[in-house]
Design a protein around this ligand. Structure first.
Ligand SMILES: Nc1ncnc2c1ncn2[C@@H]1O[C@H](COP(=O)(O)OP(=O)(O)OP(=O)(O)O)[C@@H](O)[C@H]1O
Ligand SMILES: [Mg+2]
Length: 394
């Protein structure tokens, strides 16, 4: 409503001040319309990134490279050049990007706009100055800057951002790829969830259901890996992995402490059952950690990563648990491990409907009865990409 009002005001303004000739008027109207729709001219992005110069490259994930840029008005931006293999057409992309640009929350990276130029599709984000959590957490010389209070704030901020995406944004947005590299930290260390909406911009293709499970190894819920079953509870699972990584400074996907455990979740769960969960804590946190709070977070991490998605809490409940003093919480059951089975309760057929509270569930959910067993797909990794993604194509 407010948006359309300002659009009208801009139009009126342009008439009020008058233009010398019709040509200018049209150009200006086009410019105003583009601004309102958050469209960036390609040339603006070329200028801002010095023609996508390699020195400006911030990194590259599964969707294409990201460049740092500066707009004429001084704003710093991050431009994501999407790889060309998206099957989505120009119009669909623009519609989705327009919707995603309306997503606004303190704990979600602001999508300033987008651009389509020939075959190129680009997304323009605010630049977040401390970059991504993985660059700090998994580098021994940098993780010192993450004392416990900061880590706890990252956990609570990310939980709030995810709750917003799931319940409070205009549509339910399932992230599908919550992980340390998609949590950016601003100059005040406020966490911001990046890459939301990729599930909408790169929708799963039902004809390629066997191979197009998209997410990142180590973070994906077993029901998603095994059955392609995507719901908000898959995000809750990934968030739980992130909590345990934040406490241990260990990557779940590269877990190699010589202990009797399959992965980080299994290790945390076994220690928890023995009443020794604090042993997973990164020793460098010992001086700054509030141990009761750490123990509470481990328990929440384990609740979020339970094998049965029905038992995992929704994000609203997680936010409530995090805001209370450590106290009574449910007992976590076994974590979901790739290839492990969970007993499906009757309600699980209704799970997919939680994916979209606004009737959007179809675009987020698919289920493949023909999906091969998880262990088969996991051991067959020759085509998995260097970014830790599951294979996207046959
Ligand atoms: N808005 C931003 N501000 C600052 N740095 C950013 C921004 N967006 C991305 N980056 C940086 O660019 C890097 C690459 O991001 P990208 O999202 O392409 O890769 P990724 O998160 O590792 O993988 P994925 O494609 O699975 O999300 C990130 O690790 C981050 O450091
Ligand atoms: Mg990313």
């Amino acid at each position: 409503m407010a948006k359309s009002k300002s659009f009208l005001q801009n139009l009126i303004k342009s008439f009020k001040f008058g233009y010398c000739n019709e040509g200018h008027k049209e150009e200006d109207l086009e410019r105003i319309a583009a601004q309102e729709q958050k469209i960036f001219p390609f040339q603006t992005l070329v200028a801002a990134t010095k023609d996508f110069h390699p020195n400006h490259k911030l990194g590259e994930g599964g969707f294409g490279p990201v460049y740092k840029g500066k707009l004429d008005d001084g704003r710093e931006i991050a431009v994501k050049k999407l790889s060309h293999n998206s099957r989505q057409g120009k119009r669909e992309f623009m519609n989705e990007a327009k919707l995603l640009a309306r997503v606004q929350h303190r704990n979600v990276v602001n999508l300033l706009g987008y651009c389509v130029h020939d075959v190129e599709k680009l997304l323009v984000y605010e630049y977040v100055s401390n970059e991504s959590l993985d660059k700090l957490l998994f580098k021994s010389n940098r993780r010192e800057s993450l004392e416990w209070k900061r880590r706890f704030d990252i956990i609570t901020g990310t939980a709030r951002g995810l709750l917003y995406l799931h319940e409070d944004s205009h549509n339910c947005i399932i992230h599908r790829d919550i992980k340390a590299s998609n949590i950016l930290l601003d100059d005040k260390w406020v966490p911001k969830i990046a890459d939301f909406g990729m599930a909408r911009l790169f929708p799963e293709d039902e004809t390629h259901v066997n191979t197009r499970v998209a997410g990142t190894n180590g973070y994906m819920a077993p029901e998603y890996v095994m059955h392609g079953h995507l719901s908000v509870k898959a995000d809750v699972f990934s968030f739980g992995v992130l909590i345990l990584e934040l406490i241990s400074s260990q990557r779940n996907s590269a877990f190699n402490l010589r202990v009797d455990a399959q992965n980080l979740l299994d290790w945390a769960y076994k220690l928890y059952k023995k009443g020794r969960s604090l042993e997973i804590m990164d020793p460098s946190l010992a001086s700054s950690a509030a141990t009761e709070q750490v123990a509470m977070c481990i328990q929440i991490g384990l609740l979020c990563t339970q094998g049965d998605p029905q038992l995992r809490p929704i994000m609203r409940r997680v936010v409530v648990m995090l805001s209370k003093k450590p106290g009574n919480m449910e007992e976590p059951t076994r974590p979901g491990l790739p290839g492990s089975r969970y007993r499906r309760t009757r309600k699980s057929a209704a799970l997919s409907s939680t994916a979209g509270t606004s009737g959007e569930s179809d675009s987020h959910t698919f289920d493949s009865s023909s999906y091969t067993s998880a262990s088969a797909t996991i051991s067959a990794t020759p085509r998995s990409d260097p970014h830790g993604k599951r294979p996207m194509q046959c």
